[in-house]
Design a protein around this ligand. Structure first.
Ligand code: NAD
Ligand code: UFG
Length: 332
């Protein structure tokens, strides 16, 4: 297939581009580089031998996007492009709604106009809100606690409505749990600018000595060790899930959780990281972070039954690969 990957130089996008190329697909990337670097294209070439076609375009610029659809006979779109910092979305809600929702509308309009049948969307476990765990795809969506989460829920609804009335426009909504880790080559991974918001990049930077100490946000939750529990998934497993989701897309609307099905606590991550990499990660317990849920993980059975997909990599792999990438990473 010829596949348009928006946000393809980003963290999850770049790993998915690698897996798509290795599965024999042709990839065209659109990214405005707001949170990634063009040098990722050379890293993709080093890993796969192929440098994908790249357009530096903002997905909220429909006029700039349309010629890309005219130039390439796409079979599918995988739409990763989006802003993802939860705290920033509270401070700048309109920027988040504009960027994340408008891009979804324009890309689906163009996909329908140019008869691109398959559309895979990056959603998030955050759309489940606060309800019983594990989260199952059949659950109703509950309001999330921030505009970022709302952009995901809105985009899901927009795509479902579009697929309901447009025959041949099929959508796959992939709800990611907590993606971590990096490609085993150490060439691509996640290194956020500034101080990371997410646990694994923070842990990596503490281990490297770039940050002094990890703040563990609360140890008084109703969890086995009192710290928050999440379903961490290796980004390469997640990327493989996208390849299967787009290859096997059949129904008008398909929804899959992409997680491991197991919850792991913050202190378990710290301890696994120290063991996997023979490093020290000093930490201190601080207050809970507002808006955090105590514990959630995926019911990951549907993706296995329908796509034959299962996360294979362990917490050990996630810690090892995160560290391998962080150690090698130079800000280019
Ligand atoms: P990322 O920031 O590394 O990648 C997103 C990419 O999209 C970046 O390269 C950025 O430059 C690009 N981009 C943003 N807005 C754009 C626009 N208007 N036009 C063109 N390009 C644009 O983030 P990621 O972790 O790879 O996330 C990819 C997708 O998965 C996002 O939609 C995110 O919301 C979603 N998601 C991520 C997580 C996570 O924890 N990483 C969890 C659930 C869902
Ligand atoms: N945590 C710490 N210290 C830190 C950072 C995080 O203790 O410095 C804890 C959090 O309290 C939480 C766990 O580590 O218990 C994971 O936190 P992250 O910030 O890494 O991830 P979240 O689960 O809060 O959210 C992530 C993405 C969201 C996405 C969600 C989907 O940031 O965009 O996963 O499950 F919606």
């Amino acid at each position: 297939m010829i596949i348009l990957v928006t946000g393809g130089t980003g963290y999850i996008g770049s790993h998915t581009v690698v897996e798509l190329i290795q599965a024999g697909h042709e990839v065209v990337i659109v990214d405005n580089l707001v949170n990634s670097k063009k040098s990722v294209l050379d890293k993709i070439k080093t890993i796969t031998g192929i440098k994908p076609t790249f357009y530096e375009i903002d997905c909220t610029d429909k006029e700039a996007l349309e010629p890309v659809f005219k130039a390439h006979p796409f079979d599918g779109v995988i739409h990763f492009a989006g802003l993802k910092a939860v705290g920033e979305s509270v401070q700048k809600p309109l920027m988040y709604y504009h960027n994340n929702v408008l891009s979804t509308i324009y890309l689906s309009e163009l996909a329908i106009k140019y008869k691109v049948d398959r559309f895979v969307f990056s959603s998030s476990a955050t759309v489940y809100g606060d309800q019983e765990v594990p989260f199952v795809e059949t659950m109703n969506l509950l309001p999330t606690t921030n505009p970022y989460g709302e952009t995901k829920a809105m985009s899901e609804r927009i795509l479902k409505d579009a697929a309901t009335v447009n025959q041949n426009f099929k959508v796959s909504l992939l709800r990611y749990f907590n993606p971590v880790g990096a490609h085993e080559s150490g060439l691509i991974g996640e290194s956020p600018n500034g101080i990371p918001n997410n646990l694994m990049p923070f842990v990596s930077k503490v281990a490297k000595g770039e940050l002094e100490i990890l703040s563990v946000f609360g140890n008084d939750y109703d969890t086995p060790d009192g710290t928050g529990v999440r379903d961490y998934i290796h980004v390469v497993d997640l990327a493989k899930g996208h390849v299967l989701a787009i290859e096997k897309l059949q129904d008008a609307i398909e929804i899959y959780n992409l997680g491991t099905g197991h919850g792991v606590s913050v202190l378990e991550i710290v301890s696994a990281f120290e063991k996997a990499n023979a490093v020290k990660v000093p930490y201190k317990i601080v207050d809970r972070r507002p808006g955090d849920l105590p514990a959630y993980w995926a019911d990951a059975n549907k993706a296995y039954e329908k796509l034959g997909w299962k996360a294979k990599k362990t917490i050990f792999d996630m810690c090892k690969d995160s560290w391998h990438f962080e150690k090698n990473y130079k800000d280019e």
